[in-house]
Write a protein that binds this ligand. Structure first.
Ligand code: FE2
Length: 460
């Protein structure tokens, strides 16, 4: 009998694994073919960002067809607005299974802090409209920015409204931050949707971003779409095998550390990231440290848990007093603070936020660790930083203030977190339509019980 059971285990388990892999094969490894596309002879997908000193530099990237042998950028403004400077850029041609396009980049340096500039770009002889931007100047530590989670918009225009509402409500924002999965798939058409949604914001306000899994091609080892690097010329200060993908910026009184979490697919890449992160955290004397990464350390969605990222990074976040971790991926909102520090048992860990701006909605998992949860709505965050505090306010798609918190730091570096949650979260916690469709009555009942238990635990 025992031999029969052993045989069953020896043969049965591999068969079950094989069936499971076969069943999940497309989801894990298959890439949908990219539809054919023709890139525009006009300059397209123009994006402003910065990779150097934010007080005297900017980077501009754009795309065009492959016929032009050269790109150009004209800029005027600063101390002598009558002067116009012309920059040239050689095309980098990126070919994909659907077509090809040229990508251009100009790094603008020696700009003057606080000055406004006008610029336009060209693909060969074809010039874009003129755009304006203003170079930042050092403040006493006070500034604002916009943080947007996963976009994955296949409904052209829905997220554009959200981006513009966020910008209208934070018109002095220094930059707009994306946290990955800005596109549904690494296809030209989806990049087009994201850029169209951004409109002139992307040419006016610097954009910073972390990659998500949807900017990657699937496979045993997933690979980042080359168009990511062409659109986003970020600082080359990351781990050697992740230059421009994992990186950091120092802005005013804050170090922003962006981690390409989807790129961490092997033990060497995990160790490379950990060593790099340690050195980047050790070397900063900034008042605030903010980490951006696509995968959350604490998941909000039902059935998800990226425990390996906690294993990899949490002890460093605690030890080096990271203040805020901004994340995405889960398509449901979650916030938690007061995480016990694993090393010295003080409640001084970062505040973790998960958010999204996508029309795709996931169900929440009701982890008791979460101080706030929400689904069934798209969201954006407005953040205000001073030397004493970071305030984060979350708004729903229709502009309703949904959640907020302020991290307050005193002179000796001790922190407290003040929370605001003005609405009954029950409004945002009902199961999503897709969950109702695919779940049995028993599962729905369990969902509602979990919801009530979670809400009760928050009232204590
Ligand atoms: Fe994702």
């Amino acid at each position: 009998m025992k031999r029969h059971i052993k045989k069953l285990i020896w043969f049965g388990i591999p068969v079950l694994i094989a069936v499971f892999v076969w069943w999940r094969w497309d989801n894990w490894f298959s890439n949908e073919p990219e539809p054919l596309y023709v890139s525009s002879p006009m300059p397209d997908r123009i994006l402003l960002s910065w990779s150097g000193d934010p007080f005297n530099s900017r980077d501009v990237t754009w795309q065009g067809d492959t016929l032009a042998k050269e790109g150009s950028l004209q800029i005027s403004g600063g101390s002598n607005p009558a002067d116009t400077i012309l920059y040239r850029s050689s095309p980098k041609i990126i070919r994909t299974s659907g077509g090809a396009a040229s990508y251009f980049r100009v790094a603008l340096t020696k700009l003057l802090p606080g000055q406004a500039y006008r610029y336009r770009v060209a693909n060969g002889p074809n010039w874009s409209d003129w755009f304006t931007f203003k170079v930042d100047k050092p403040t006493n530590g006070a500034y604002s920015f916009i943080y947007i989670g996963d976009v994955q918009d296949s409904v052209n225009g829905v997220s554009g409204e959200l981006f513009h509402r966020a910008y209208a409500n934070q018109p002095d924002a220094a930059f707009m931050m994306f946290i990955g999965d800005m596109i549904e798939r690494p296809h030209d058409a989806y990049w087009g949707v994201w850029f169209k949604s951004g409109g002139t914001i992307f040419q006016t306000l610097p954009i910073i971003a972390s990659p998500g899994n949807h900017e990657y091609y699937k496979g045993l080892i997933q690979t980042l779409d080359n168009r990511w690097m062409a659109h986003f010329p970020f600082p080359q200060n990351g781990p050697p095998n992740f230059l421009g993908r994992t990186c950091y910026w120092d802005y005013q009184n804050t170090r922003y550390i962006s981690i390409d979490s989807n790129g961490i697919q092997t033990i060497p890449s995990a160790l490379e990231h950990r060593n790099w992160l340690k050195s980047v955290l050790e070397s900063t004397h900034q008042r605030w440290i903010v980490v951006m990464m696509h995968h959350p350390l604490y998941s909000t969605s039902r059935g998800r848990d990226y425990f390996y990222f906690r294993w990899l990074f949490k002890s460093l976040f605690d030890k080096y007093n990271v203040d805020l971790v901004l994340q995405g991926h889960d398509h449901a909102y979650g916030r938690l603070a007061h995480i016990e520090n694993s090393e010295d048992n003080q409640k001084q860990g970062p505040v973790y936020v998960v958010t999204h701006a996508s029309p795709k909605l996931y169900d929440v998992g009701f982890s008791k660790k979460m101080d706030m949860l929400a689904t069934n709505t798209q969201m954006y965050q407005l953040l205000d930083v001073t030397n004493d505090s970071i305030r984060c306010r979350t708004y729903t798609y229709d502009g309703t203030f949904f959640d907020g918190f302020t991290i307050i730091k005193n002179g000796s570096g001790d922190k407290s977190v003040k929370e605001y949650a003005p609405l009954n979260s029950d409004k945002f916690l009902q199961p999503t339509k897709s969950f109702i469709r695919k779940s049995s009555e028993k599962e729905l009942e369990k969902y509602k019980n979990d919801m009530q238990e979670w809400e009760k635990s928050k009232l204590k």
